[in-house]
Ligand binder design. Structure first.
Ligand code: FAD
Length: 399
């Protein structure tokens, strides 16, 4: 049986960053991915530049199709507010957002892990893991139908929201699932449209109950999407109703910015998002199996972003294993995320319940965009911002 120091399951940002970090530190690392790379990933592809602090060698010119420095907000397609993420004369790019295509970005990160010494095998689906005193046995199946049994000292489950590692390792917990959809619409920025900017993300709040819709600029297309981020509300809108609600919002949003598209020709993707739902055990007691990224439900409950957190948790997971501290991984994650995401969850409940009023008294203030960008990249913490923001908006509402 093949023997590895570490097997990482899933080559999204969590898995590839973990594999790179572990391989760099000298662990014999195998990265397994069930799809054939490059592969589509349902996502908006907005990535805070802060990712560069986790993986400083990343070359934005390869992965970032656009660099965003503005946000354009609307409420029910009206009351537009365009504001910079940093003050306009600032030379500081730390709040910029990279607009990536996940097929390119994820492939780049997987190849980066290979450059650091990890072995990548795509087209291999992990079916289950068995944890024993002498290590972990990973049972996998190739696309060609070949079964393999691999042995490893450690396993990182970075296999996303529907991954098998959590279940197989006894690390399952009840998650708060949100739902989002996206479509890639071909677009040229030279068609005279005066609303859409290639240096701005466009965010619409009133079109989706308990959520928002977005238009993100990419090189030759727009990523158009919508999500419902209050799981309780989403439960009332199962199946077709949910799909129709999101699709309607996306269609109306595009019309409102003056772009008519043939929706029948576009491929629409939907995917669940595991929002942070509080502290849970993310490693087996012996510290051999760890969960990272969406598999650990590390999606920000307010914005619904998960890439930076996936990457950060992947790095923490690898660091814990490299230093022989896998048993302490859950604590390491909680000290990095728990208070901040708990505060974000409180703000999300408030925000998605009173969105119109929050728009009027919060989002439409120019400083709100700057704060949102600081929260997105981790320069500001929800623990510092959420309570104050809710108090201020409540006070304005009661006047
Ligand atoms: C519509 C939508 C829009 C979003 N937009 C944004 C955004 O703009 N910015 C942002 O930061 N976040 C966004 N997110 C969230 C973001 O996509 C996720 O949080 C992020 O991809 C999590 O990364 P990950 O590495 O944990 O998991 P994933 O990216 O899901 O990667 C998991 C990998 O594991 C593989 N895998 C699964 N099971 C197995 C198995 N059994 N064996 C082997 N491999 C397996 C999968 O094929 C996949 O490649 C969005 C999500 C959705 C649904």
């Amino acid at each position: 049986m093949e023997d590895w120091d570490l097997i990482v399951v899933g080559s999204g940002p969590a898995g590839s960053i973990a594999a790179a970090e572990a391989a760099k530190a000298g662990m014999r690392t195998l990265l397994l991915e069930k799809r054939t790379l490059p592969r589509h990933k349902t996502c908006g592809g907005g990535v805070p530049v802060a990712l560069g602090a986790i993986a400083p060698d990343i070359d934005p010119s390869v992965i970032a199709e656009k660099q965003v420095r503005f946000m354009r907000h609307t409420w029910q397609f009206g009351s537009p507010v365009l504001a910079p993420v940093a003050s306009e004369d600032s030379k500081d790019d730390s709040l910029t957002l990279w607009m990536v295509q996940r097929s390119v970005f994820d492939h780049y990160l997987a190849m980066r892990a290979v450059r650091f010494g990890a072995e990548l095998r795509d087209g291999v689906t992990v079916k289950s893991v068995e944890n024993a005193k002498e290590g972990v046995t990973v049972h996998a199946l190739t696309n060609g139908g070949e079964i393999s049994h691999l042995h490893s000292d450690f396993v990182i489950g970075a296999d996303g929201v529907n991954g098998v590692i959590a279940k197989s390792a006894g690390l399952q917990f009840k998650r708060n699932i949100a739902m989002a959809m996206e479509v890639e619409a071909p677009h040229s920025y030279h068609d005279g449209n005066e609303i859409l900017r290639e240096d701005a993300i466009h965010l619409e709040y009133g079109a989706v109950p308990y959520g928002y819709a977005w238009i993100f600029p990419k090189a030759d297309h727009l990523n158009v999407g919508a999500g419902i981020f209050l799981p309780q509300a989403q439960k009332q809108m199962r199946g077709e109703t949910l799909r129709e609600t999101l699709l309607k919002a996306m269609r109306e949003y595009m019309s409102s910015v003056g772009v008519e598209m043939d929706w029948n020709r576009l491929r629409i993707y939907a995917h669940p998002l595991p929002l942070w739902s509080g502290k849970h055990r993310l490693n087996t007691l012996d510290g051999r199996i760890l969960l990272a990224g969406d598999a650990a439900a590390l999606v920000n409950p307010l914005f619904g972003d998960g890439i930076l957190h996936a990457a950060r948790s992947g790095k923490i997971a690898a660091e814990c294993l490299v230093s022989g501290d896998g048993e302490n991984y859950t604590n390491a994650i909680n000290s990095q995320f728990a208070d901040n995401f708990d505060a974000a969850r409180k703000l999300a409940k408030f925000f998605y319940q009173w969105t119109g009023l929050v728009y009027k008294y919060g989002i439409s203030r120019p400083s709100a965009t700057h704060t949102a960008a600081r929260l997105l990249c981790g320069e500001a913490l929800f623990t510092d911002v959420a309570g104050k923001a809710m108090r201020r908006i409540r006070a304005a509402m009661s006047k």
